[in-house]
Ligand binder design. Structure first.
Ligand code: AMP
Ligand code: ZN
Length: 114
């Protein structure tokens, strides 16, 4: 099945990409909830964290490690990493993705819903 994030990860739909390799694409969220709001997306289609299987563990490790590397490269000292899982968990796009949020300056709101 070709969902929106499958198409973005194959460059069939444009995105503001900040990082890409064979397994992962990181692009700017179209409706940012923070000064920096990126989506860390595996190129393989997995519906959600609730649909993970044992052989997906490398994929999850790579998502988190790549998010950490990109956050460092962007100079983010602190940030949030969020998985929404299922409709009740706020997930709208049924292709696994990790929200990377940061870039706040002193005094700004850090309690957010994504
Ligand atoms: P979630 O609610 O966890 O499924 O998050 C989906 C996110 O995808 C939302 O924050 C949307 O703003 C974002 N989004 C939807 N369509 C696009 C798109 N074409 N490019 C970038 N981000 C998108
Ligand atoms: Zn997909």
């Amino acid at each position: 099945m070709e969902c929106l994030f499958c198409k973005i990860s194959k460059n069939e739909i444009p995105s503001e990409t900040v990082y890409e390799d064979a397994d992962v694409k990181i692009f700017k969220d179209i409706h940012p909830k923070a000064p920096v709001h990126l989506l860390v997306v595996p190129k393989v289609h997995i519906q959600s964290i609730a649909h993970l299987e044992a052989d997906h563990s490398d994929t999850i490790t790579k998502l988190i490690y790549t998010a950490k590397k990109v956050a460092e490269e962007l100079g983010l000292k602190g940030y949030k990493l969020v998985f929404n899982v299922g409709r009740e968990g706020g997930q709208v796009i049924d292709h696994l993705h990790l929200h990377l949020l940061g870039g706040w300056r002193g005094g700004e709101e850090r309690k957010i819903n994504v």
